[in-house]
Ligand binder design. Sequence first.
Ligand code: HSE
Length: 294
Amino acid sequence: MRVRVPATSANLGPGFDALGLALELYDDVVVRVTDEAGLTVDVAGMGAASVPRNARHLVVKSMRATFKVLGGAPAGLEVVCANRIPHGRGLGSSAAAIVAGVVAARGLVVGGSERMDDAAVLAHAAELEGHPDNVAACVLGGLTIAWNDESGARAIKVPVSDALAPVAFVPGSSSSTKAARKLLPESVPHADAVANAARAALLVEALRSHPDDLLGATEDRLHQPYRAEAMPKTAALVAELRDAGIPAVVSGAGPSVLALTTTDSRDRAVTFARRGWSALPLDVDRKGAHLAPL
Ligand code: HSE
């Protein structure tokens, strides 16, 4: 079985832990079950030098967590990963690995899709990840709004303009989402919450049909200011792009930057790439995680 999962950019400025956008950059995971007990993990591409080749591999952990829910764990597993999503850059590599594991395990269990629909995949993957914004976009594709209620994580996919043509600016070094979450305060001023609520609501509409409002719609006061000191180069690039009128945000918890450009403004944005950074023009993925032919 082969599963294809997209990169994702979370937050998109004001939509902390809620908004997510899937991008056309994919990890592929091929899983084979074996009658003989055992586990082999083979990884090529991003993270190949560092990820564990054992039960601690994130795809394997996620598969095993899913077999616990659905039953049907096979005796042995062979997992082969072709990774294109850079690790530790705020482009959803961990959400992609988790979702790949859940979707692969569901696909291997008889009746898995009937017993775990996409909404349940999302809730289960969000629990494993700890926050729902990346996994929502990874599962559903496109632009997603995620939230938590008493049943767990939920999300909807909302329309996004065909003109949207983002650019991801990816630095050579990585950072940790866990560390970046520790930089956030327990509470924020009411005025900042008000500003973000308005911007997040506007952003959904701007991404759908008002790209001219994207610069104002991507202002954030809830996370980017608190994390800026820990990632000065990211903050400087966001400021430089925004000063030039380009709607740029920190991608997820950073350190990558996402410019929400359109087909008309993308080429200009790419010229802002600095030394040590790659500028990746990435179209919006509209399909989300799916089983792909072997
Ligand atoms: N919403 C999460 C955060 C995204 O900013 O911590 C992490 O990719």
